[in-house]
Design a protein around this ligand. Structure first.
Ligand SMILES: Nc1ncnc2c1ncn2[C@@H]1O[C@H](COP(=O)(O)OP(=O)(O)OP(=O)(O)O)[C@@H](O)[C@H]1O
Ligand SMILES: [Mg+2]
Length: 306
């Protein structure tokens, strides 16, 4: 089984469900339930990969505080190697408050230590025991961002393949820099609004064509519709797996875990999309990003049921 190293962000999700209305200044609103969950894109991916049986090592920075310790413990509980996570007393672990009502949810994030990881934290020694390097949240990891092309070049020189999930740009600037970085990326995993914004086009298919550089496998996630990629210039589309979705938090990151787990075993592109869809769907069965992530057996059962 190929070994994955993730250079990633760490934060906690505090999820309030059954919120009757958005809280207003000067008022108190009562939620029906509350859950504290591992939150960041990279942690959800790491835990999803580990659930499938891929060996995963996490490189990151968090505060030496209760939220940081909660995150490290959650990763360890899934057998993710946390020996390269630095819990720094000078930092504080970030947090997202998610308020989820019947139809929609509102998120409030304080990003804490997320921006603190730099390429210097990713030593060549970390590559010695890995086959693949993944990075998520390009726009939030602001220290790592300008160094990312160089980091991927270093990883490839050490024999690793590479993948990137851009996540959303909170500043809505998007920019052209990421397109340059893609030259060093084997698998690029945006959702459809990210793909369209980065490519400056209106539809996911146009984005796939606009971002195609002849080497990067570009995969666009389309929520409850499924996911797509280009193969020999033709659109390959795999519809979402049917599940009773309860909470889609982190579905894109669980999709990444399924797609990469399959891709690292050299499965065909359509099968990789199916593994991604199955893992995305399975993760929506419960509240939070990681509680109901699928095992290999659950994925095979869901795919066999098609
Ligand atoms: N309601 C759903 N039912 C089944 N599968 C779903 C549903 N919502 C999402 N998925 C699966 O999860 C994948 C990723 O979803 P989405 O496009 O929302 O990613 P994202 O916006 O990056 O999510 P994230 O919030 O994790 O960043 C989809 O491609 C699909 O396979
Ligand atoms: Mg996403």
């Amino acid at each position: 089984m190929k070994r994955v190293v993730i250079a990633g962000e760490i934060n906690v999700d505090l999820i309030f469900s059954g919120v009757p209305e958005l809280p207003q200044f000067g008022h108190e609103t009562l939620a029906q339930s509350y859950l504290q969950c591992p939150g960041s894109s990279s942690m959800i991916l790491a835990m999803g990969l580990a659930r499938l049986g891929s060996p995963v090592r996490f490189i990151g920075r968090c505060g030496d505080d209760p939220f940081g310790r909660f995150c490290i413990a959650a990763l360890r509980d899934r057998d993710v190697d946390t020996s390269l996570i630095c819990a720094d007393a000078a930092l504080r672990t970030g947090v997202t408050v998610a308020m989820s009502a019947h139809a929609d949810r509102a998120l409030l994030t304080w990003s804490g230590a997320i921006a603190e990881l730099s390429a210097d934290d990713v030593s060549d020694a970390a590559f010695a025991h890995a086959d693949h390097l993944h990075v998520s949240s390009y726009y939030l990891q602001t220290k790592l961002r300008p160094q990312l092309g160089e980091l991927f070049v270093r990883a490839r020189a050490a024999g690793l393949s590479t993948s990137l999930d851009p996540g959303s740009d909170p500043e809505r600037r998007w920019g052209r820099e990421l397109i340059e970085v893609l030259r060093h990326v084997d698998v690029f995993l945006p959702n459809q609004s990210e793909a369209c914004a980065i490519a400056g086009v209106d539809t996911p298919e146009e984005a796939l064509r606009a971002l195609d550089n002849g080497t990067t496998r570009i995969v666009v996630k389309a929520g409850s519709r499924g996911a797509m990629t280009l193969e020999d210039g033709q659109l390959l589309f795999a519809p979402a797996s049917a599940v009773q979705a309860v909470d889609t938090t982190g579905a894109g990151d669980s999709f990444n875990s399924g797609f990469l787990h399959a891709w690292l075993q050299d499965l065909a592109p359509l099968d990789c999309l199916r593994w991604g869809n199955a893992c995305g769907a399975l993760s929506t069965r419960g509240i939070g990003g990681t509680a109901t992530q699928g095992t290999r057996e659950e994925v095979l059962a869901l795919l066999g049921a098609k």
